[in-house]
Ligand binder design. Structure first.
Ligand code: F0G
Length: 378
């Protein structure tokens, strides 16, 4: 019987396309290789024959896409002798940093906005043994502090201003092209700090540009030539969706008091601002915004109609895509990939808001249960 080689994470799979020494000690939890799921039920309601896929990044080891960047950033940091990581976070980066620090046997310090991160993410940071500092401020305040502090203390910053993070995250684009055996026409994703849209564009560009082509303006340098292979001709249009209350790309500048139920993307001053604009304009894409209601309705729809539970921020990508398909901005016949950035279990409080009518208490008798079931079958 032929055996397949055991999957051991994206660094081992894509090592030749990552700026890490051949003999580096890889810090991995088996991240990457997430499913690309074709939506069946939702597209039927659209009246347009788009081929719609979701890349379910919530199935990474800590439940979000951050693990892709973290394996590379932590592998690099440890190889340089780092003994502590630091990040500001709306929750997922802190969960991932805490887990990979634990795996590497080093310390993690995470700054989170006081009271504004989803419960599951806080639980992860605590369980993985990070030092959790809740700041009386938002993510943007935390980001400013972390950048200043990393210059003054022996700690490695693992936010996406660290180029190794984006190097890891670009691998999602590689996987999508391998799985689809083509480049999608559109790639749609939620935008907060704007690292992920940048990383995906870097990944697609590495596949499409030849060894002698200049890199995209969305390339965050990391002391290595970009790994251009020129194995495909096309690149997708990159479409970024933001929550209306936290939509600096729609307002044309930083938003000082960002608000949204999608706490993961409650960010007013994105660090990868220029890179994300470059990705958007080079690709012929756009940014758009969604209300909290649209985001939550789509989160529910994915869970209810497709069996896919993502966190609110992730649903922004699908919410925006459905609107743009309906309006024809995304043309019929297109192949579209939406990134579902994080798992729905991260944010149980949001799910609880839908509990009305879903949970009823009945007597512990067969008759009572039967009545409750028959009432719903008719
Ligand atoms: N979706 C989720 C679930 C996220 O956690 C984030 C970012 C994004 C989307 C946006 O990605 O920042 O690359 O544009 N979360 C960061 C964090 C900021 O701290 O966990 P981005």
């Amino acid at each position: 019987m032929p055996f397949r080689t055991r999957y051991t994470g994206l660094v081992n799979k894509y090592h030749d396309r990552l700026p890490l020494a051949d003999d580096v000690r890889v810090v991995s939890l088996g991240e990457g290789a997430t499913p690309l799921i074709r939506l069946n039920n939702i597209p039927r309601t659209l009246g347009s024959n788009v081929d719609l896929y979701v890349k379910y990044e919530g199935l990474n080891p800590t439940g979000s896409f951050k693990d892709r960047g973290m394996t590379v950033a932590v592998t690099h940091a440890v190889s340089e002798g780092s003994e502590a990581l630091i990040c500001a976070s709306t929750g997922n980066t802190s969960a991932s940093a805490a887990a990979y620090a634990a795996r590497a046997g080093i310390k993690a310090f995470v700054l989170i906005p006081d009271g504004k991160i989803a419960l599951g993410k806080l639980a992860q940071a605590i369980m993985h043994g990070a030092t959790v500092l809740q700041i009386r401020g938002n993510f943007d305040d935390g980001m400013r502090i972390v950048k200043e502090l990393a210059e003054q203390a022996p700690v490695s910053i693992v936010n996406s201003v660290n180029p190794y993070r984006l190097q890891g995250q670009k691998t999602a684009a590689f996987e999508i092209v391998e799985e689809l055996e083509r480049v999608p026409d559109y790639h749609c994703l939620p935008v907060g700090n704007a690292g992920n849209i940048t990383a995906h564009w870097m990944g697609y560009s590495e596949l499409a540009l030849g060894p002698h082509d200049p890199p995209t303006a969305a390339y965050l340098p990391c002391g290595h030539r970009p790994f251009h292979s020129g194995v495909v001709r096309e690149r997708p249009r990159m479409v970024g969706y933001q929550a209306s209350g936290s939509a600096p790309f729609l307002r044309g500048g930083a938003v000082s008091e960002p608000e949204t139920v999608a706490t993961a993307i409650r960010i007013g001053n994105p660090q990868s601002w220029d890179y994300a604009w470059a990705a958007s304009s080079e690709s012929g894409g756009w940014f758009d915004e969604l209300t909290d209601e649209e985001i939550l309705a789509t989160q529910r729809m994915l869970a209810d109609h497709e069996g896919i539970f993502c966190e609110p921020a992730s649903a922004a990508s699908v919410a925006g895509t459905l609107r743009d398909v309906r309006s024809g901005r995304i043309e019929a016949g297109s192949t579209v990939v939406c990134t579902l950035t994080g798992h729905g279990l991260k944010d149980p409080d949001v799910a609880k808001q839908h509990a009305d009518g879903a949970v009823s208490t009945v007597d512990a008798t067969t008759g009572a249960v039967k009545d409750a079931i028959l009432g719903r079958l008719s």
